[in-house]
Design a protein around this ligand. Structure first.
Ligand SMILES: Cc1ncc(COP(=O)(O)O)c(C=O)c1O
Length: 359
């Protein structure tokens, strides 16, 4: 048991706990799937924000990491010499960020995405005087309706533009698809690849991502690389989707009951500042392990309200462990996580190196 009963009774709360044994199992499970389907793994670090866990992912076979923001990438690279290959899956705009990106490109193998000429122009203006070219992937909207060019023809046009831009080289195609979007990804990417190759431009990478569909990633065989993020910890949203069970959830919030005002209600010391208000389509703000009868139905910043369908059976001072709806946002809320398992002799506090990195 990575966290002993004594640990769970004495750790100061609220605390975010990471069971490294479960995290390692989650990492290895997907790496094994990817290896057996010839897929390269490039985990998105937004879930853990920890260089030490990126190192476990890289040691398991990941080819590099994915970050969403320049500052996030800077923090991760500064935190580990093992991180030598970074993809930033975000349109980067503005002189300050572009200059920081240029500095980062001196340290690691860096690639970025763009879904417009405007973004490509900024990258080219910054990298135009460099001898080594910056790989820029075209982001494609395959149904998630977020960023991305809207058709294979638009991908072809932007890929051609990027490849002709000083300082840049076309780096491939990137998408963050909707749940179950494998067939759309396959069709979109196959067409885009053919159009781009017909222009004599190589398509070295086709990268997709997302934990909910990761075990179907090979159903889009045109994909060469996959970027799961939440898979490392899992969370309530993934249990609700049937992707994993509670035993696969590596991140939990340990909270103390601070009040039991009525027989069916208890209040804990974890509110929206820890669990976050992110419902991710679920009802309630997290799952109390071992207590299917309890709903966390209301949060204020420092209070969480637990309601039971029967007697709550908790006393002031009792502790509960909660699997949050969305693990990634929880790790952005706290300075440190307490990590146990994987050979550590006692729970150890790890600073969340890349938290709060929003620029
Ligand atoms: C661009 C991109 N790639 C990969 C991921 C990882 O997705 P998940 O956390 O579902 O694995 C995300 C998540 O937001 C993303 O935005």
């Amino acid at each position: 048991m990575p966290f002993s009963p004594d640990d769970l009774a004495t750790i100061d709360t609220p605390a975010v706990l990471i069971d490294l044994d479960i995290a390692r199992r989650n990492i290895e499970r997907f790496q094994h799937y990817a290896d057996s389907h010839g897929l390269r793994v490039r985990p998105h670090i937004k879930t853990h924000k920890l260089p030490a866990i990126a190192e476990i992912q890289l040691a398991a076979g990941a080819v590099g990491i994915t970050c969403q923001k320049v500052s996030e990438a800077e923090a991760m690279v500064a935190g580990s010499d093992a991180i030598t290959d970074v993809l930033i899956t975000y349109n980067i705009l503005g002189t300050e960020k572009l200059n920081r990106l240029k500095a980062l490109a001196q340290k690691v193998r860096l690639s970025v995405v763009a879904d417009s000429k405007r973004v490509a122009d900024g990258l080219s203006a910054t990298f135009g005087d460099q001898t080594s070219l910056l790989p820029v992937l075209v982001e494609c909207d395959t149904g998630a309706n977020r960023c991305g060019v809207q058709s294979p023809e638009a991908a072809e046009a932007l890929a051609t533009y990027i490849d002709a831009s000083p300082g840049l080289v076309f780096g491939g195609l990137m998408t963050y698809p909707p749940l179950g979007g494998e067939s759309v990804v396959e069709t979109f990417m196959t067409q885009a690849k053919a159009l781009i190759e017909a222009r004599g431009i190589a398509v070295p990478v086709i990268t997709s991502g997302g934990t909910p569909s990761m075990m179907q990633a090979a159903d889009a065989p045109v994909t060469t690389e996959y970027r799961p993020g939440t898979y490392v910890y899992n969370d309530g949203s993934l249990v609700a989707r049937g992707v994993c069970g509670w035993d696969d959830c590596a991140l939990t919030v340990l909270a103390t009951v601070v009040s039991v005002p009525t027989p069916n209600r208890a209040i804990i010391d974890a509110g929206s500042k820890t669990l976050t208000s992110d419902l991710l389509g679920l009802t309630g703000y997290g799952h109390v392990l071992g207590r299917d009868d309890i709903a966390i139905d209301q949060l204020s910043e420092e209070h969480g309200r637990l309601i039971s369908s029967g007697a709550i059976g908790l006393a002031v001072g009792d502790r509960v462990r909660i699997v949050p709806n969305h693990a990634c946002v929880v790790t952005n809320m706290v300075d440190t996580v307490l990590v146990a398992g994987d050979g550590l002799s006692a729970p150890t506090s790890w600073p969340i190196v890349a938290r709060g990195k929003i620029v």
